[in-house]
Design a protein around this ligand. Structure first.
Ligand SMILES: [Zn+2]
Length: 473
């Protein structure tokens, strides 16, 4: 059994004014990609399959990907594809919310390009994120689409393995399955859709029951990524049956209906409000660390991560024992590079990426210089830890997503030394949630605004809930 493997991922935020480019991607080639794709590799190794690894390109979420950059990354993938293709299957790890300038869904474009070269007689299995925005046509090009079942995501590896196992089953059965896909006219703020909490856990429980049926390869409910202004944005369900007697479409419709019916029950699970109010609330907590999300500048949702609104609020309130993790500002980091600890500089901070009027003048003392870890454990580029007034601040040269204590440690800060930690996230990722004594969400301005009904969408399908409250489904 020969299996082709590749991964090309970025979660887009089309509201972000700065487009994403090739240089934003961590790229690996050939056998090196298996170090990142080990969950699938294990499955294929156990199945005795020969693996043909192509390319791996992942970026932190960001603005719409430039067409030229996408074609370059796709070109690298296709150039590595052996032709004529004698493989028995193709396994892909994509995101599902990659938005490409002039092209639209990056995932659909990748699958179409592969089919043009390998035809339709070879099964393709895809692992994706829970926040995928999928055009229904994608089901014509992929034989299996598996998504994460958790948000915050804790089953990425399990999903990669699930798609790999499904592919092996299809190959052994000589089957070319077709996912049954149902779109739901609904966009939800990702920070409200937590799979372990009601009402979503009810929907996920039913999806798990369906997925556990022996004749079903997978049943995934996708929540969608609401900061992408595209016709295919929104929630959907994908169910794939290996056994033709299973009613995949019936199950997909049932899950879509269930998800739709609970739409009005979604709420924030932690206190949420304006920044000063949330800062005061968390400061009054007796035990730390407590976490405040700068939700409008959430880099995991593709925002630039260069805004200083929350830092300004912290400084004006004079809050002590606080870490701001972190702000992206390349010139700021370069100004401190090579300088000794204790160096004090007065310079601008913030607003370098989004031209958002967020640049402020600060006096900063250098505490630590290092390279921060990226969110997938690779090199995230140079960073500095500085003290500005009462706050310690991590500033990164490249956009970063600080989702774990380990990443904070790589920037030279000890999370347990602080009472309050500000993060550019929505909900807390599991490793931070584990250490958080309390968390809250600040409604800051920016391109990942959580009040999605206020976003001036131009291209989404209408009617769409909650922008059109009377939407029918
Ligand atoms: Zn996601």
């Amino acid at each position: 059994m020969k299996i082709i493997m590749a991964s090309l991922q970025q979660e887009s935020n089309s509201l972000c004014p700065k487009p994403s480019r090739t240089e934003d991607f961590e790229r690996l080639y050939g056998a090196d990609i298996l170090t990142q794709l080990w969950p699938a590799e294990e499955v294929f190794r156990e199945a005795g399959a020969e693996m043909i690894p192509l390319t791996f390109a992942h970026a932190v979420p960001g603005g719409t990907l430039e067409k030229e950059s996408f074609l370059f990354l796709l070109g690298e993938l296709l150039a590595a594809l052996p032709l004529p293709c004698e493989a028995d299957g193709i396994w892909l790890y994509l995101h599902g919310a990659l938005n490409v300038e002039e092209i639209g869904s990056g995932e659909l474009a990748i699958l179409k390009a592969l089919r043009e070269r390998v035809g339709f007689d070879i099964p393709i299995a895809v692992a994706m994120d829970f926040h995928a925005n999928l055009p229904v046509q994608i089901a014509e090009y992929a034989n299996l689409i598996c998504g994460y079942k958790t948000a915050p995501h804790s089953d990425m590896e399990a999903t990669e393995a699930l798609a790999a196992k499904g592919l092996v089953k299809m190959i052994r059965a000589g089957a070319l399955t077709r996912p049954a896909m149902v779109k739901i006219p609904m966009m939800l703020s990702g920070d409200m859709v937590l799979t372990a909490e009601e009402p979503m856990c009810r929907v996920m429980k039913r999806a798990a029951e369906i997925a556990a049926r022996p004749g079903i390869l997978d049943a995934t409910v996708f929540s969608g990524q609401s900061w992408v202004d595209a016709p295919h944005s929104g929630a959907c369900v994908s169910v794939t049956a290996l056994d033709e007697k299973e009613d995949a479409l019936g199950f997909a419709e049932e899950l879509a209906r269930l998800f739709w019916d609970v739409r009005k029950e979604f709420r924030f699970r932690v206190p949420a409000g304006d920044a000063p109010e949330m800062l005061k609330l968390l400061s009054a907590e007796s035990e730390g660390p407590v976490f405040l999300s700068d939700s409008g500048d959430n880099t995991t949702a593709g925002a630039a991560g260069d805004r200083t609104e929350l830092l300004s609020a912290v400084l004006s309130l004079g809050i002590e024992n606080i870490l701001v993790a972190g702000i992206t500002d390349a010139p700021f980091v370069r100004a401190f590079q090579g300088k000794p600890v204790g160096t004090v500089l007065t310079l601008p901070l913030g607003g370098t990426l989004s031209d958002s009027g967020q640049s402020i003048e600060v006096t900063a003392e250098l505490l630590h210089c290092s390279n921060i870890l990226s969110w997938d454990g690779l090199d995230g580029g140079p960073s500095v830890l500085v003290r500005i007034g009462t706050a310690d601040v991590i500033v990164c040269e490249r956009r970063c997503s600080i989702v774990s204590p380990e990443i904070i440690a790589s920037a030279g800060a000890d999370i347990y030394q602080y009472h309050l930690v500000v993060v550019k996230l929505g909900y807390l990722y599991p490793e931070l949630a584990e250490v958080a004594k309390k968390a809250a969400i600040a409604f800051t301005s920016g391109t990942s605004c959580v009040a999605i009904e206020r976003i001036p969408f131009q291209k989404i399908n209408r009617p769409m809930y909650p922008m059109d409250p009377e939407t029918d489904f």
